[in-house]
Design a protein around this ligand. Structure first.
Ligand code: UD1
Length: 420
């Protein structure tokens, strides 16, 4: 089991490139199934969830080969339409393969993805939209047996703007005859990235980034070369790391237009944040101030994935900040761990109140989930003494090399293998 050992109290200084976006590359890898021909995905982060996607593609008969940070996928040999339960369980967002397999093969057999650390992870909206496009889906024994000899474009109205449901339906709609309009679609930048990828493969998708996505389906897609967008949550993590430890960092490739709500809060707290065409510069000196309530919401609202990370950066701020988590039920599990470091956070239902403390002390803590784990590292950088972060495998799901990146910024952080 790996642990991260963080010596707190050092200012961060320097520059780091931002990896490709996990939440972009996962649907893009599922989308490669729709393309006949070789797809080269560049800037592909090496993450546990990406490796899990690669295993799913290979199990379906596709070739997937790494060369540096490029993943080449060739679906010519695809001869399967079933994903085993073991593979489905490796990655929470494996349901994203459903729409693509269905569009290509006319049927799909997947096990039900189930819940996760953040609470229940329903896919009812994914399935409702696919049914509207003509899929017959039988949910029995924890399995999804899906058949769709012919998918037909339709108007789909999502009852809430689910990211995964929007993506799944975009992929299925590419294989449906005629026009599909997805209303109340999620507007996240990753949806725009998926649209760009699909169009590069010859699809006709428009409207992503707005609340209606239109797909003119039925055409054959071809291969392409595509570079994945930078990961906005990784960028938010390093901005918050600088806020927690103090210092001046430049995040190469980070896009402020994707991070406007996060940078607005950091400015309000007292950080200097300056974007330019190449990335985002952030300088933080002296104690931060508490900020107005932070409420997570679908994009362009404050991202739920940055909630824990920002909270960690504000633990020593002057005053009290209220957080309201509106996206997932179980997203304050990092709070107990932060408390071990001397943080004062009171949770009541979906609200958490952070009262700034004078100092944080390094302590042994354990990652509870991906972003909660990153938050412990952010707090550790601003704490006195050594923080020992256990269960680092959660962090590996979303950060290619968190310790390496923070070391490049001058942090005292190292990874060690420990026997259980
Ligand atoms: C994606 C991101 C995740 C992020 C989340 C919200 C990926 C791989 N993951 O997850 O990092 O935290 O968006 O920004 O892109 N819901 C339903 N029924 C459904 C689908 C969702 O009730 O069929 C609910 C969920 O329980 C949740 C809310 O809708 O409360 C938002 O979920 P959704 O946008 O679907 O998130 P994911 O796509 O799973």
């Amino acid at each position: 089991m790996s642990v991260l050992l963080i010596g707190g109290g050092r200012c961060l200084e320097g520059e780091v490139p931002i990896q490709g976006a996990k939440n972009s590359v996962l649907p893009i890898l599922a989308a490669t199934i729709l393309a006949r021909g070789m797809v080269e995905v560049r800037g592909c982060p090496r993450l546990r969830d990406v490796e899990a996607s690669v295993r799913i593609l290979r199990a379906l008969g596709c070739r997937a080969d790494w060369e540096g940070d490029t993943l080449a996928v060739d679906t010519a040999g695809m001869d399967g339409c079933a994903v085993s339960d073991a593979l489905m369980r490796e990655m929470r967002s494996s349901a994203i393969f459903l729409g693509a397999i269905l569009a290509r093969c006319g049927r799909a057999e997947l096990s039900y993805p189930g819940g996760c650390e953040l609470g229940p992870r329903p896919i009812d909206l994914h399935l409702a939209g696919l049914r509207q496009l003509g899929a017959e889906i039988d949910e029995s024994g924890g399995m999804l047996h899906c058949a769709a000899p012919r998918l037909e474009g339709r108007e789909i109205v999502l009852s809430l703007p689910s990211v995964g449901a929007t993506e799944n339906q975009m992929l299925a709609a590419c294989g449906a005859a005629g026009r599909t309009v997805i209303s109340n679609a999620a507007r996240e930048p990753e949806i725009v990235d998926l649209q760009c990828f699909l169009n590069r493969c010859g699809a006709q998708v428009s409207g992503a980034g707005g609340s209606a996505v239109t797909v003119e389906g039925g055409g054959m897609l071809h291969g392409c070369t595509y570079t994945v967008m930078p990961d906005r949550i990784v960028a938010a993590t390093y901005l918050c790391a600088a806020a927690s430890a103090g210092g001046a960092v430049f995040l190469r490739g980070a896009r402020e237009d994707h991070l406007a709500t996060v940078t607005a809060v950091l400015r309000e707290a007292g950080c200097e944040v300056r974007p330019d065409a190449a990335g985002i510069f952030c300088r933080c000196a002296g104690p931060l101030s508490a900020v107005r309530p932070v409420r997570t919401a679908p994009y362009p609202g404050f991202p739920t994935d940055a909630q824990a990370i920002l909270m960690a950066a504000l633990l020593k701020s002057r005053g009290a900040t209220v957080f309201e988590e509106n996206m997932f039920e179980n997203r304050y599990r990092h709070v107990d761990e932060l408390t071990r470091m001397g943080a004062r956070v009171r949770v009541s239902g979906r609200t958490a109140v952070v009262s700034g403390v004078e100092r944080l002390r390094g302590a042994p803590v354990r990652c509870t989930d991906l972003r909660g784990g990153a938050a412990l590292c952010v707090a550790g950088l601003g704490a006195e003494g050594v923080t020992r972060v256990g269960e680092v495998f959660h962090i590996d799901r979303g950060y290619q090399d968190l310790a390496g990146d923070l070391t490049a910024l001058g942090a005292d952080i190292r990874r060690e293998e420990e026997n259980d």
